[in-house]
Structure formats: structure tokens, C-alpha cells
Design a protein around this ligand. Structure first.
Ligand code: HEM
Ligand code: HEM
Length: 292
């Protein structure tokens, strides 16, 4: 059956905006929770066999059973890591990106069970446990990612108050034009404060500032603080009122940037830690064979 372009999962995922604004977590219930069920079965099989299989003196990664779980775990990790490549190379059909993401999330969670049982809970300060800890970090960041995908898009659209990014910047530019002429009659030092505020690039702030929303170097705020409040000069009053409007508009833009940053930040953990995990896992496997 033909579908509208925006209905197709690959399109939904291909365009961040579209994906995040429309049905952004529909992959979780893909095909009536198919992957949630498969992952649950995998976890139950792993736990049941762990309890049933008798390994002496105790469970560990080096028994035949430990090797089996380790191999399944490593295969899962490699497969999960391929999502990055798959994302950029999408096709339709049974293995749409939506199906991949669904399987990715649930099998990623089941991996925690499989890999932890593989270790036989023999954790310590070594490269093996490093691989295990990195795996947990990737999984936790993934859970955070799902949580923000599920909640933030609503906040993003309510903060926008029907304005697109372009419109927010237009509104700011309109205030700036008024400020520019309103500042003309001001005394030199006050006019300079306004000019500095107007010249400051609202996007020239680091990721940390965007995330925390703590804009300490904001020259609009400085101008508001420094221009004398109880000045009865109407020209000054006008500038102050425009500066307040400007600050409110900046706040809206900054809230938007903060939400966007929260929506992306987890991938800065998820992807690099995946690479570190693959390295630690390789070291783990090589070292166990080396000391065999
Ligand atoms: C092909 C895949 C794998 C193989 C062949 C393998 C092999 C082994 C072996 C032989 C041991 C026992 C080492 C010993 O007793 O000194 C072991 C332990 C362990 N493995 Fe794996 N493993 C694999 C995958 C994984 C994965 C995916 C993880 C976690 C992400 C992992 C984490 C650990 C940990 C934490 C231990 C416990 C180390 C200790 O006893 O101090 N392994 N593995
Ligand atoms: C050790 C296990 C995991 C590994 C190695 C892994 C690795 C990856 C990689 C390489 C990507 C591609 C990111 C990109 O290129 O932009 C990805 C995407 C993703 N991962 Fe994981 N992941 C794991 C577990 C999880 C878990 C448990 C969850 C959720 C509970 C999760 C949620 C996601 C989501 C939602 C995406 C798609 C991001 C997007 O399309 O914007 N991952 N993962």
C-alpha cells in the first residue's frame, strides 16, 4: 500500500524535525511490541538457564555456558553498534529504520541481562569490568534518550507558541530595529550599553550555557541592570521597556535552544562510549584468549 511520504518511518527518522514532532516514539510499540516480547523471552531464557545450568565452582565467563552468553552478548553489541551505519543507509520494508530502532532499544536492554550473567557477577577493577561498565553507560544514555524523545517534543512545541525558529528571530530583529532608533537620544555611555547588547550574537554561547540556561555574559541583562531605573526621561523609559521585551524574546529562544540541546546531548555520550565499548570488548576478548 502506498503511503504518504511523512508516514514512512524512514522519512520520519531521516528528518530530525519531522521525527521529533510527529509520533516521535512510535517505534517503541512497533508491530504490537514485537521486540519488547522477543527481548523479554531472551532475558527469561538467559536467567532460567543461568539458574538451571550447573557450573563448578561457580558461574563465570570462562565456562562453556559463560562463553555462550559472552558470544551472544558480543554479537548483540556489534549489531547494536551498526544502527549508526544503518541510520544513514535506509530502506523500506520489514527492516525499516523504525523496526531497527525498536529492536535496538529492546535488545539493548536484554543485553544487560545477558552480559551481566556472562560475568557470573565476578566484577573487579579490570578491562573486563571496564567493558561491562561502558556497556551500562551506553544503555543508560539510551534510556535517557528515549525519555527525552517521549517528553521534550511537547515542551518544545508549547514553548514555541506557534512561532517557528525563523519567526522568533524575526521578532527579535524587529525589537532590535526599534531599540536602535530609541537609543539615539540616550547619553553616550547608556547608548553604548544598548549597542553592545544589540551586537551580541545570541547563538555565540557554549553547549554548557545552552544546557543550563545560565547566561551570565548576557549584555541585554547587563544593559537593563546598568541603565538607571528611576530615570524619568521618557526616552530612557522607552529603551528600558524595549530591552525588557528583548530579554523576554531571548529567553524564549534560549528555552528552545536548551530543550534542543537536551534532546541531542545523550548522543554525545551514546555514540563515543559505544566506540570505547567496542575497544574495551576487543581488549577483553583478546586478553581472555591470550591468558587461556
Ligand atoms: C565473544 C565474546 C566473549 C568472550 C569469548 C568472553 C570471554 C570471557 C571469559 C573467558 C571470561 C572469564 C575470564 C576469567 O575468568 O578470568 C570472561 C569474563 C568476563 N567477561 Fe567476557 N567474554 C565475551 C563477551 C563479554 C561481554 C559482551 C562483556 C560485557 C560487556 C564481558 C564482560 C566480562 C566480565 C566483566 C567478566 C568477568 C571478569 C572477571 O572474572 O574478572 N564479556 N569473559
Ligand atoms: C550496548 C548497547 C548499545 C549500543 C552499542 C548502542 C549503539 C548505538 C549507536 C551506534 C547508535 C547510532 C547513533 C547515531 O549514529 O546517531 C544508536 C542509536 C540509538 N540508540 Fe543505542 N545502543 C545501545 C543500547 C541502547 C539502548 C538500551 C537504548 C534505549 C533504551 C538505545 C537507544 C537508542 C536510540 C533511540 C537511538 C536512535 C537515535 C536517533 O536515531 O536519533 N540504545 N545506538
Amino acid at each position: 500500500m502506498a503511503s504518504l511520504p511523512e508516514d514512512r518511518p524512514e522519512n520520519r527518522f531521516a528528518h530530525d524535525e519531522a521525527r521529533r514532532d510527529s509520533d516521535h516514539v512510535s517505534f517503541l510499540k512497533h508491530r504490537r511490541w514485537r521486540w519488547a516480547k522477543i527481548a523479554t523471552v531472551l532475558s527469561i531464557v538467559a536467567i532460567a538457564s543461568y539458574l538451571l545450568v550447573d557450573v563448578t565452582p561457580r558461574h563465570n565467563g570462562g565456562s562453556w555456558y559463560g562463553y555462550t552468553l559472552g558470544t551472544v552478548g558480543a554479537a548483540l553489541i556489534v549489531w547494536l553498534s551498526l544502527l549508526g551505519i544503518r541510520k544513514r543507509n535506509m530502506s523500506e520494508g520489514r527492516w525499516s529504520l523504525k523496526a531497527w530502532t525498536s529492536a535496538h532499544v529492546y535488545l539493548g536492554l536484554a543485553l544487560v541481562v545477558v552480559a551481566t550473567l556472562h560475568t557470573g557477577f565476578q566484577l573487579g577493577w579490570n578491562v573486563h569490568t571496564l567493558a561491562w561498565a561502558l556497556m551500562l553507560l551506553v544503555v543508560i544514555s539510551g534510556i535517557y534518550g528515549i525519555a527525552v524523545y517521549a517528553t521534550l517534543p511537547k515542551e518544545i512545541s508549547s514553548n514555541r507558541r506557534q512561532m517557528t525558529k525563523h519567526e522568533m528571530l524575526e521578532a527579535l530583529a524587529a525589537i532590535d530595529r526599534q531599540l536602535e532608533s530609541a537609543a539615539q537620544p540616550l547619553a553616550r555611555d547608556e547608548a553604548d550599553l544598548v549597542i553592545a547588547a544589540l551586537e551580541q550574537d545570541p547563538f555565540d554561547f557554549g553547549l554548557w550555557t545552552r544546557l543550563t540556561g545560565n547566561y551570565r555574559r548576557c549584555w541585554t541583562g547587563d544593559a537593563l541592570a546598568e541603565i538607571e531605573e528611576d530615570d524619568s526621561d521618557p526616552a530612557v523609559q522607552k529603551v528600558l521597556s524595549l530591552l525588557r521585551k528583548r530579554r523576554a524574546q531571548l529567553e524564549q529562544i534560549r528555552r528552545q535552544m536548551r530543550l534542543r540541546a537536551m534532546l541531542d546531548i545523550w548522543l554525545y555520550v551514546h555514540v563515543p562510549v559505544t566506540i570505547a565499548l567496542l575497544a574495551a570488548l576487543t581488549a577483553h576478548i583478546i586478553s581472555v584468549f591470550y591468558y587461556w
